[in-house]
Structure formats: structure tokens, C-alpha cells
Design a protein. Structure first.
Length: 251
């Protein structure tokens, strides 16, 4: 144990949550990985969406070394991370009705594709409508959220429902309402959120499962290599050329 007790407490909390999602969400992770493998094998595409800090976990599986090349970011202007000024505008946009439908209608997503919707609370209009509209369009929806919010908070969508209510598969991050693992004397608000650590781990676990499932079926998973190792650029160029009609982050 180090001398930094708060840091140790955070690591312990995060590790405990990772153990929980590993053990308690194993069936969901397997199902989500199989759904991705089904889509890849059938010639479909993979998309990930998240708003605010939830977008970090979505971005973490897009165009990265060791990741599936077919994973595309479904970006909504103004809500990807904290890319707008002021940052509070991004939070406001999450509550706008109709924005998700407009984005989906102009996206390359089509029936049979998979969309992973990441939203810690799952209570705002944007992720709820994204999941609803995606399913209506014939996409398979995987939701990554904290189910606790559905019992301890109220939905901000006009239907009164949460993201978890509109998904084919739900992965529960187990994050407590408020997303803060620590308290300490002299610190008036709880602090040290673990949602990014846990949600990113869930996303990577699903992608790893999908890659393994494709290999088990005798299909080479279209993986990307690091551009910082010898031969990486050439490898990635071949993958992007071969799967170019299913990759939308190319330039």
C-alpha cells in the first residue's frame, strides 16, 4: 500500500468494479461480442455512440491499434466529449428532442448493423432516442449504462423510459448514481469518477469477444495494428482497402 491513501482507495474501487462487471456481465459481454461477430460475418458495419464523457468509451474502440477496423463513431455535433464552448452546451444538447433521429437519418447506418450506445445515466433524450430510432431502422442496439440510474433517478425523455428499455443487449457498468467513488474531509463533493475506466473496459471486452468469435468461425477479424510498429501502416492500408465500404473514418 502506498502513502497516497486516496489514490489507493480509487484504484481499489475501480478494480472492484472491474471484477463485478467481469463476473456479473459475462453473459451480456458474450452476447454482445457474438452480435458484433454476426454483423461482421454478414457484411454489416459496427457503430458506437456516446455523449459527453460517455463518448470517451465509444471513441476508445474506433480507429485504434488492436481494434476492429469496422467500428465507426456515430458522432453527434456538439456532444462528442467536451468539444464545444461552453462545455455546458454539450449537456444541454443531450436533452434536445429529435437530434438523434436527424443524425441517424443522415448516417450510413443501415438495417442489420450494430450500434453500441454508451450513456452512464441513460436518462437523457439523446441516448434514449438514439436507441429507439436505431431499432426502428433495423439496427441491433447494445446499451452500455448504469442500470442503477433507472431506479434512483427520473428519465428526462418524454416517454419516461431509459436507454436500457430500448436495447437488444444491456451491459450494466455497476457505477453508482453520481459517478464518484470517494469522499474525504475538507472535500465538500464526492469525487473520483470510475465510469470511464469501467465502461472502456466493457467496450474492449466486447470487441475482444467479437474478434475471438470470428476466429472461432474461421473468419479473419479485420483488426488494426499500431502505426508505430514496423509494417503497421502497410497492414492497416490493406485492411482499410479491403473493407473500405464499411469504414467511415477514412480520409
Amino acid at each position: 500500500m502506498s502513502e497516497n491513501k486516496l489514490a489507493d482507495q480509487f484504484f481499489d474501487a475501480a478494480i472492484g468494479l472491474l471484477h463485478r462487471v467481469r463476473d456479473e456481465e459475462a453473459a451480456g459481454i458474450a452476447a454482445a461480442g457474438a452480435a458484433m461477430a454476426d454483423t461482421v460475418a454478414a457484411g454489416g458495419r459496427l457503430f458506437a455512440f456516446g455523449a459527453g464523457h460517455s463518448s470517451l468509451a465509444a471513441q476508445d474502440v474506433v480507429y485504434r491499434a488492436g481494434g476492429l477496423a469496422l467500428m465507426n463513431l456515430l458522432a453527434v455535433p456538439g456532444v462528442v466529449g467536451v468539444d464545444v464552448m461552453p462545455a455546458t452546451l454539450g449537456s444541454a444538447l443531450e436533452r434536445v428532442d429529435g437530434l438523434a433521429g436527424a443524425v441517424l437519418d443522415s448516417s450510413p447506418a443501415k438495417p442489420g448493423d450494430v450500434l453500441v450506445v454508451v450513456s452512464l445515466s441513460g436518462r437523457n433524450a439523446l441516448p434514449v432516442e438514439m436507441a429507439m430510432n436505431a431499432r426502428a431502422l433495423g439496427l441491433k442496439v447494445i446499451g452500455v449504462t448504469s442500470v442503477a440510474y433507472a431506479t434512483d433517478t427520473r428519465s428526462r425523455h418524454k416517454s419516461g423510459t431509459f436507454l436500457k428499455d430500448h436495447c437488444d443487449i444491456v451491459l450494466d457498468s455497476k457505477i453508482a448514481v453520481g459517478d464518484a467513488e470517494l469522499t474525504a474531509d475538507g472535500v465538500e463533493a464526492p469525487f473520483a469518477p470510475a465510469s470511464t475506466v469501467v465502461t472502456s473496459a466493457l467496450m474492449q471486452a466486447v470487441v475482444a469477444t467479437a474478434a475471438g468469435e470470428l476466429a472461432r468461425r474461421g473468419i479473419e477479424p479485420p483488426m488494426l495494428r499500431s502505426g508505430n510498429v514496423d509494417g503497421g501502416h502497410e497492414w492497416n492500408g490493406r485492411v482499410m482497402s479491403e473493407y473500405g465500404d464499411r469504414i467511415f473514418f477514412r480520409h
